[in-house]
Design a protein around this ligand. Structure first.
Ligand SMILES: N[C@@H](CC(=O)c1ccccc1NC=O)C(=O)O
Length: 291
């Protein structure tokens, strides 16, 4: 932690703008392309399989989740809980089902979680919402046995916050068997100094208490397996954050792998989960089948 403190305001802004680092598309089109691809992929997943959409896990507008059921469900089945990115201020669960087809065909349910994005959603609230969605899921769906978390970018941050949850404050302890954190942020302090915080309006204290990097605890005996994935064309700051977080978890006794995905950028690193043959799809299916 800390090298970023020597960076100029412009450099920080650059490093925390994932759209500026892709060799594939220019910065003005890549976000729109990402929204279009993930929305179309979600539509496809909804049209082709059995779903339960907009299930409320709380009273808030966005406190809802979508379930994509396995094509041939066994009596109990594992679930991958997907937490969308968008810098805590864009996207929704309506763009979060694109990863379902290759998983539901292999007996895995996919659950896309909604949460209140900024400015309505505050950082503490978003973290609490995602934690509550997991508690709800295990209480309401006893057929789900074994949860795998997957988050992209800001969603990987929220997934990492779920890993740091003290479940004694909830009625249940979800059986989280694995976590796949893709191109995430684990230290929120640098973004206090960028445009990202305009909508979030975090104080230093809020950023610190919501930084997974500061919340790494010794691994419990049954701690889950963590896969920290980062794209070749993520910015050096994003790549540094993934490296440092995975090292910190490993030093605390967690079972962690750092996966550096070649040939992809911050956006197609996750979009390609809609493909059966994508290496990350295969790694996720492998993680689930080994458990
Ligand atoms: N303003 C950001 C947008 C961004 O980071 C983003 C957009 C859509 C989905 C995920 C994103 N990144 C992290 O949550 C950028 O310049 O790329």
């Amino acid at each position: 932690m800390g090298g970023w403190r020597d960076m100029s305001a412009e450099a920080l802004e650059d490093h925390y703008s994932p759209s500026r680092w892709s060799p594939r598309l220019d910065r003005d089109t890549i976000i729109d392309a990402h929204l279009a691809v993930t929305a179309a992929g979600t539509e496809r997943a909804r049209a082709s399989g059995q779903t339960l959409l907009h299930v409320p896990y709380g009273d808030g507008d966005r406190e809802k989740l979508d379930i994509y059921f396995p094509t041939e469900p066994s009596e109990t089945f594992p679930a991958l809980v997907y937490i969308h990115g968008g810098y805590w201020q864009s996207m929704s669960k309506e763009d979060s089902g694109f990863a379902a087809p290759p998983l539901v065909s292999q007996g895995v349910a996919v659950v896309a979680v909604g949460y209140d994005i900024a400015p309505k959603g505050r950082m503490d609230t978003m973290v609490l919402q995602v934690r509550r969605s997991l508690a709800f899921l295990v209480q309401q769906y006893p057929r789900i046995r074994g949860i795998y978390l997957c988050g992209h970018s800001a969603g990987a941050h929220l997934a990492a916050m779920v890993l740091s949850t003290d479940w004694t404050e909830f009625q249940v302890v979800p059986d989280i068997k694995g976590a796949v954190l893709v191109s995430g942020l684990y230290d929120l302090e640098p973004i206090l100094h960028t445009y990202v915080n305009d909508a979030l309006n975090m104080s230093r204290e809020v950023a610190q208490r919501n930084s997974p990097m500061r919340l790494v605890t010794p691994a419990a005996p049954a701690a889950c397996e963590v896969l920290v994935a980062v794209a070749q064309h993520d910015s050096p700051e994003f790549r540094r954050q993934s490296q440092e977080y995975s090292q910190a978890l490993r030093a605390a006794g967690w079972s962690v792998s750092l996966l550096d995905l070649a040939g992809v950028d911050h956006f197609d690193v996750i979009e390609r989960l809609s493909e059966d043959s994508y290496v990350l799809t295969q790694v996720i299916l492998n993680m689930i089948s080994r458990a």
